[in-house]
Design a protein around this ligand. Structure first.
Ligand SMILES: O=C(CO)[C@H](O)[C@H](O)COP(=O)(O)O
Length: 237
């Protein structure tokens, strides 16, 4: 195994560890929000295993078509907001976590809008990460993804650039075409280098007409499970 393969395998093992711990919080009869991404994928696998082996009875709302397909393949029953307007728990990954505030950047996988709807609908929102996701200031490693409607996107991109971003660019597929979310919108990735005031920035972004939502998740996280080489830590306010 090459050095980079080894490091990938180490990170995957940490993600899996956090995912398995979060799944231990799920109890019989719960309505559960299922996140999106590689860490959430471990979580859905672990949940599926509990459904299969223990006969755990849950209902789930997935945050993407990919997570919905995975859940269905594992025979995890899918529910909706009409039957379950409030979820008992939602579990999801993140791209950056500011440890002191539990503020997050999410949406690298493009599912930020459904992820936010699910997170704010849950009584308990548990974030699962490996320790590389911890930052002192949001924006250090990741741009903020902003989901916008496709029509007139260049105008919205222009306005987003005026919110203090170093660069703003539409997310594209490998063939150069615009990336499309599950909601048929597009994403502008805005690089701020370091976000001094996440609340003020969130207000500024959401006030732009054409913006549907953004990847700043503020005041929504109940706890973060961080898997690192020194073990698993739980961050809560
Ligand atoms: O927000 C997300 C998808 O929209 C993911 O949770 C985030 O990108 C983390 O992904 P991963 O677990 O693969 O590192």
């Amino acid at each position: 195994m090459s050095e980079s393969e080894e490091s990938k395998a180490r990170v995957a093992a940490l993600k899996r560890e956090a995912a398995i711990k979060a799944v231990s919080y799920v109890e019989d009869g719960m309505a559960v929000g299922l996140g999106t991404g590689s860490t959430a994928k471990f979580m859905i696998d672990a949940l599926g295993e509990r459904v299969r082996k223990e006969g755990l009875r849950i209902r789930a709302i997935p945050t993407s078509e990919a997570s919905a397909n995975q859940a269905s393949a594992l025979s995890i029953p899918i529910t909706n907001f009409s039957d379950d307007p409030e979820l008992d728990i939602a579990i999801d990954g993140a791209d950056e976590v500011q440890a002191g505030s539990l503020f997050l950047i999410k949406g690298r996988g493009g599912a930020l809008l459904r992820e936010k709807i699910v997170a704010v609908s849950a009584r308990r929102f548990v974030v699962i990460v490996d320790e590389s996701k911890l930052v002192d200031d949001l924006g250090t490693h990741m741009p903020v993804p902003v989901e916008i409607i496709p029509w007139g996107w260049e105008r919205v991109e222009n306005l987003l650039c005026k919110t203090g971003a170093r660069h703003c660019q539409p997310r594209r597929n490998d063939d150069g075409s615009l990336y499309q979310t599950d909601n048929h919108n597009i994403i502008i990735d805005c690089d701020y280098e370091r976000i001094e005031d996440p609340r003020a920035l969130a207000d500024q972004i959401i006030s732009i007409t054409g913006v549907v939502d953004h990847g700043l998740f503020l005041d929504v996280t109940t706890e973060v499970l961080v898997a690192g080489t020194g073990g698993l830590r739980r961050l809560a306010l």
